[in-house]
Ligand binder design. Structure first.
Ligand code: GDP
Ligand code: MN
Length: 384
């Protein structure tokens, strides 16, 4: 789950990271009022769940409350990378001398969190990693020991931070680590962490990703989820306990089991097709869940064919078939559907589906080939 900038910064602040004074607003009038309360220059920041808002015109400095109101009006009417701006953060503007990057994420290869710093802050870190990787300094954090003081100092030295900031910088690194660790985050990022002309260090931007699988023990964080900012298909999928990720291809996939779902995607690619999604309906999925999954797959206008790949273990083939039929009844899709059903009572299931005019297949390879052909508009026949 992604958190908005204002949410991430509030969380960072709770653990001791200095952030600018400011508040979030949903209307230009509110933004004006906040600017009046803060006094002086403010920055109006679009709250959308994408990076690069600055370049897109979604971050603007205002000299006075009137200008804050005008800029908030403009920004609240914007769409950034396809996402409508519904809120703006009004922050006291910082006079920036220097922009630093500071972030923590999981390094899967090292099986540890990694703290990264760079003197090339403000720019997206992916860009720095691509063009000037030597400018990123890293230390791995032992999750049992936590971040040690010397590690933060290593980063400070590695990015040539002036000595007089090391102490504060070390505290900020520790606070960021605590925020990351306590929230079960997969990313906690400050870009930029700035040094102001008054020689203060302050987190001007904030970004956090929280592991969805840990949200059950963070009801306060789960509550922060902004449904407005997420794809409706993914919200729907979550409601039914489906693991769904939308992709760019045209073959919708409905599979039970994450491993089987990945295999299905691989084999579609092997035969020259492109999966439209990853979808794991899970074990023992009933008709209602199957119908919801199909509805979600079909809501993607790119989908030209659907491939059901179900392995009946605990789930019985005939039950799945009835679920699929119920879903078809409800959805009445006009695109070809290919099914491959194996395992417990698969034969019965296949018969039910073939009688309903679905394209059936005996093996996964055959099913994938048929789905690829069907998505291209070629005529495909049932297995006998
Ligand atoms: P992003 O573009 O989505 O990463 O949004 P940021 O919050 O990082 O803002 C982008 C850039 O705007 C920063 O790198 C700064 O250069 C600038 N910026 C943001 N806040 C302030 C501020 O308070 N004062 C000044 N002078 N510049 C700011
Ligand atoms: Mn930023």
């Amino acid at each position: 789950m992604k958190l908005h900038e204002y949410q991430s910064k509030q969380l960072f602040a709770k653990y001791g990271v200095p952030i600018p004074n400011g508040r979030v607003a949903a209307t230009a009038a509110e933004a004006k009022q906040i600017a009046e309360e803060l006094g002086g220059r403010v920055v109006i920041k679009s709250q959308v769940l994408v990076g690069g808002r600055g370049k897109a015109g979604g971050i603007r400095l205002a000299k006075n409350p009137e200008e804050a109101e005008d800029l908030a009006t403009a920004i609240l009417g914007m769409e950034i990378k396809g996402l409508p701006v519904r809120k703006v953060l009004v922050d006291q503007a910082a006079n920036i001398d220097n922009e630093i990057y500071l972030g923590i994420t999981n390094d899967r290869a090292a099986r540890k969190p990694v703290l990264m710093g760079s003197a090339a802050g403000g720019v997206e870190i992916e860009e720095v990693a691509r063009e000037t990787p030597e400018k990123i300094v890293r230390v791995h954090i032992d999750p049992l020991l936590g971040l040690r003081d010397y590690q933060a100092r290593d980063i400070a030295a590695g990015i040539d931070l002036p000595r007089d900031h090391w102490r504060t910088f070390g505290q900020i690194c520790k606070s960021l680590w605590q925020a990351y660790n306590a929230s079960d985050a997969t990313l906690a990022e400050i870009n930029p962490l700035v040094i102001t002309d008054e020689n203060h260090i302050i987190a001007v931007d904030g970004k956090m990703l929280v592991d969805d699988n840990a949200l059950f023990r963070h009801p306060d964080l789960a509550e922060m989820r902004d449904l407005d900012a997420e794809a409706s298909s993914e919200i729907e999928a979550r409601k039914y306990g489906l693991s769904y990720i939308k992709l760019d291809g045209n073959i919708g996939c409905m599979v039970n089991g994450a491993g089987l779902a990945m295999t299905t995607m691989d084999i579609i690619k092997l035969f020259g097709g492109e999966p439209a999604n990853f979808l794991d309906i899970g074990g023992g999925a009933g008709a209602e869940k199957v119908a919801a999954a199909l509805r979600i797959i079909l809501s993607d206008p790119n989908v030209k064919a659907v491939l059901f790949n179900v392995f009946g273990g605990i789930t019985r083939g005939d039950e799945v078939a009835h679920g699929v039929l119920a879903a078809l009844e409800e959805e009445k899709p006009l695109i070809p559907m290919v099914t491959r059903l194996v395992g417990t009572r698969a034969e019965e299931g296949r018969k039910i589906l073939a009688d309903a005019n679905m394209i059936t297949a005996e093996t996964l390879a055959e099913a994938a080939q048929k789905a690829v052909a069907a998505a291209k508009g070629e005529a495909v026949r049932c297995a006998s």
